[in-house]
Design a protein. Structure first.
Length: 327
């Protein structure tokens, strides 16, 4: 088992690319599987996050609440820098209301789920980012309608609902985190708890592969059906990732954050809450029918980008060997 885990970790980037390729192939060759994979997305994410939370001592999460410098940097990046960048990029599709709303809807909402996983894989401060998730979720609920009203107009705000955000927070954060806390408590007294921790620690790479394949496979057919139109937003999403990579580095330096915290800021600024805002996009009226596919396109571009980030983020930041947040 240990040999297999080491092999997975050494080849994880290649394995993630293979998982994305598998999802693309399955989704395109067998389109009827998409609804099944779509229903499996939240359970797959919840299981992956449960495994991630098991590796984050809850005492570290408690301490992270007091790291006001890190929390402030994450909030400034996500709710000041990102809206400005998103608005600038949105001007390239301002002539198409559906693409405009879809692009802004997804870029204005910071990710609160698998960003924690990717941050940990890149040696970032995942405990601190986990502590920031309630604030990120609350502020995007409040500010997303305001930014959409400012950038698009009042019509886009009418279809914003609270339910998808609450549901995602419960399923993807509260339930996995509570389960992880129970197992961590059990592990202090009973061997079965320690075994569960060891099994899920060893399964991180396969779980990430499965999640990538499920998410991509569930969405690729829909994107393919409108590929010509959606090509307009592909370079914009790629540009967003590149810009946020540099913004994250700069923000970490300005705030004088340690390397793990800087990496967490880089991932937080670049990843978006696409799987949560997708139901909002699906609720839009028929004239904006392209908006959900614009959101899905961002998901696909971002997942590929995150695999690239696993190489780029460590390369752009140096790792002090004594840093306790690097795993």
């Amino acid at each position: 088992m240990r040999a297999a885990v080491k092999w997975w970790e050494r080849h994880q980037v290649a394995l993630y690319v293979a998982a994305i390729g598998t999802g693309i192939a399955v989704g395109l060759i067998w389109p009827p599987v998409a609804p099944v994979l779509s229903r499996a997305t939240n359970p797959a994410l919840a299981l992956l996050l449960f495994a991630t939370f098991l590796g984050v001592p809850l005492i570290e999460v408690g301490r992270a609440f007091r790291d006001f410098r890190f929390l402030g940097t994450v909030l400034v990046v996500n709710f000041m820098a990102v809206p400005l960048i998103a608005f600038g990029l949105s001007r390239f599709v301002a002539d198409d209301q559906g693409l405009l709303v879809g692009l802004l809807l997804v870029l204005l909402a910071p990710c609160v789920d698998y960003v924690i996983v990717f941050t940990g894989l890149a040696g970032g401060a995942r405990a601190r980012l986990l502590a920031a998730t309630p604030l990120l979720m609350l502020l995007q609920i409040v500010l997303l309608p305001a930014y959409l009203w400012l950038f698009v107009g009042s019509d886009a705000v009418e279809h914003i609902e609270l339910e998808p955000f609450v549901e995602a927070f419960l399923i993807l954060i509260v339930i996995p985190l509570t389960a992880a806390a129970i197992v961590q408590t059990l592990a202090r007294r009973h061997r079965v708890g320690r075994v569960i921790e060891e099994v899920f620690a060893a399964a991180m790479v396969p779980l990430m592969m499965g999640t990538l394949a499920v998410v991509v496979g569930s969405q690729i057919a829909g994107v393919g059906s409108q590929a010509v139109v959606l090509l307009r937003v592909v370079p914009l999403y790629a540009a967003f990732l590149a810009i946020m990579l540099l913004v994250g580095v700069a923000a970490g330096r300005v705030a004088r954050l340690a390397v793990p915290e800087t990496r967490a800021v880089m991932f937080s600024g670049a990843t978006r809450n696409s799987l949560v805002v997708l139901p909002l996009a699906l609720a839009l009226p028929a004239p904006l029918a392209i908006a959900p596919l614009a959101v899905v396109t961002q998901t696909l571009i971002e997942l590929v980008g995150m695999v690239v980030f696993l190489r780029l983020v460590p390369a752009l930041t140096r790792t002090p060997q004594s840093d306790p947040d690097i795993h």
